[in-house]
Write a protein that binds this ligand. Sequence first.
Ligand code: AP5
Ligand code: MG
Length: 214
Amino acid sequence: MKIVMLGAPGAGKGTQAKMLADRYGIPHISTGDIFRYNIKNGTALGMEAKTYMDQGKLVPDELTVRILLDRVAKEDCRDGYVLDGFPRTIPQAEVLAGELDKISDRIDFAVNVDVPDENIVRRMGGRRACLSCGATYHVEYAKPAADGICDRCGGELVLRDDDRPETVKSRLAVYHEQTQPLIDYYEKAGVLRTVDGTQDIQVVFDDIVRILEG
Ligand code: AP5
Ligand code: MG
């Protein structure tokens, strides 16, 4: 099963994508996590991506597409994957569709996690992220078992650099301008499914599973 997660920054794409990946035994691929991993390790890719991310802008399509296509070509993606944060522009979606078309394949579902902007800003300040495995927590809604430590890998939990309120505003503006058009794009492809992302994390997940398995 090949799934694309759509939704504004902070809508819960990463949270749900991880849960889906566990349930279906397929990889969770987040371009944001790949960039953050590279930033943490001081790679050239990380340094380049950081200049865009810190301003809440998108990393250029050319760079992002190359990374994503490399990742989905790996053996563990044979039976599917959950894409989280990719595609983020129409050209990215077109490249992905073109690559899949070459192997007579396509995206099965684009799950749009719908959350209004007002809720987003509130969520971001409370988010804590693990830079080692990409897991996300919330100081109120999704607490780790031990303060500041990742349940999954024991890594340190931090407030992401781009979760400052000014940057969140830019990310939301970029989302509406460049990423939201993908909702129409996948609607036209007949694979769009929308869930109410303002509900509890488990309720959102149950809704998604019902859609995928319905
Ligand atoms: P990326 O890492 O993808 O960030 P994003 O899209 O801004 O999304 P987030 O990770 O912030 O939010 P999320 O939807 O995953 O929410 P989460 O589950 O954490 O990208 C970062 C940057 O990298 C971009 O700005 C760009 O510069 C660059 N980039 C990445 N991909 C790119 C691409 N394809 N092209 C170009 N540039 C790219 O949840 C948020 C918080 O809310 C958490 O604390 C969580 O615990 C909590 N929460 C989740 N669900 C609920 C719920 N139902 N109720 C209450 N709290 C909840
Ligand atoms: Mg995320």
